[in-house]
Design a protein around this ligand. Structure first.
Ligand code: ASP
Length: 306
């Protein structure tokens, strides 16, 4: 059995605000990223490679809050975070606060595979990138007008005082199970619109926004990062499965709808176990998501109940 699930962020996506054309663009982008990762699995490739390919496709698409099209910090900079984890070895790599790396997930993977560390930050991560042959891109590469207008609205006080009051949409992630029985997870984000300079969210924190363990499951999260860090959401889900005796869907449900809800956090997760069970759950209005299991058709969805 092999399987892949991806997300493109969760939050308030009232249907009235989403034109049909825009909605189609999101669905097409999700389908294309899913296929990019699924093709790896179909060819017998690794789950690590599959989540990398899927996340790269989403990072390259300006619709999503990762890579090009990432949200701006209050200072007007795109500061990017990403992580990846291999469930067989528990190897993990993460980078945070980078501003010149076109595909942050590939640098997180280089940290995992080509360094003795788990997380590198800011300039140090970019110096490491240069030593591993990455070409850095100018900051303008990440800029889109839509994200800039969102920042201007925050600066003008449109959404109240806190960037956390703006629903986060567009972080991307993937979880995969390959034909060898190995799980992997990856997440990539620009964080929260208008975030304070150097604020780091849950996405690059192993156990918070990203986790994979063959003994339990692979998880990638999206939502208000501060709450996901405080609850160690991704690891909590894996722990409930591994030694709490929960099924994957029960573990996800408890963490999202009981723990996270108690803190007032909004968001969602995609999770996958070694049997190929896919869970894509959220406590927000919607979550951009897609999945495909071996010999089954692809599934693409945005709203609850789809
Ligand atoms: N979790 C991300 C962060 O807090 C944002 C998101 O998922 O939309 O950085």
């Amino acid at each position: 059995m092999y399987a892949l699930a991806i997300h493109g962020g969760a939050g308030s996506l009232p249907r009235a605000d989403t034109t049909t054309e825009r909605e189609r663009a999101y669905r097409d982008a999700l389908a294309a990223a899913l296929e990019a990762g699924y093709a790896v699995l179909r060819a017998g490739g690794s789950s690590v490679e599959a989540v990398t390919r899927a996340v790269v496709a989403l990072e390259d698409d300006p619709l999503f809050n990762a890579g090009r099209g990432a949200v701006f910090s209050y200072d007007g900079v795109n500061e990017l975070d990403a992580a990846i984890m291999a469930g067989g070895s528990l190897a993990a790599g993460a980078i945070c606060g980078v501003t010149h790396v076109r595909n942050p997930v590939t640098l997180a993977r280089a940290v995992m595979e080509q360094s003795e560390y788990v997380m590198l930050a800011g300039e140090g991560a970019e110096e490491f990138a240069l030593t591993r042959g990455f070409a850095l891109v100018p900051r303008e590469y990440f800029r889109t007008e839509a994200r800039w207008r969102q920042l201007e609205r925050i600066r003008a006080g449109d959404h109240g005082v806190s960037p956390l009051t703006i629903s986060p949409v567009g972080t991307v992630g993937a979880v995969a199970l390959d034909v060898h029985g190995d799980l992997a997870a990856a997440t990539s984000t620009g964080g929260m619109t208008g975030k304070r300079h150097r604020r780091i969210g849950d996405s690059p924190i192993i156990g918070a926004g990203t986790y994979a363990d063959n003994r339990a499951c692979a998880v990638s999260a999206t939502g208000h990062g501060e709450m996901f860090i405080r609850l160690a959401v991704a690891h909590d889900i894996a722990a409930r499965v591994r030694y709490g005796g929960r099924t994957l869907s029960t573990a996800v449900h408890e963490v999202l709808h009981e723990e996270l809800a108690t803190l007032g956090g909004e968001g969602g997760v995609i999770a996958l176990d070694r049997s190929g069970e896919v869970v894509m759950d959220f406590n927000a209005e919607g979550m951009f998501r897609a999945s495909r299991r071996e010999a089954e058709p692809a599934r693409v969805a945005i709203y609850a109940g789809e």
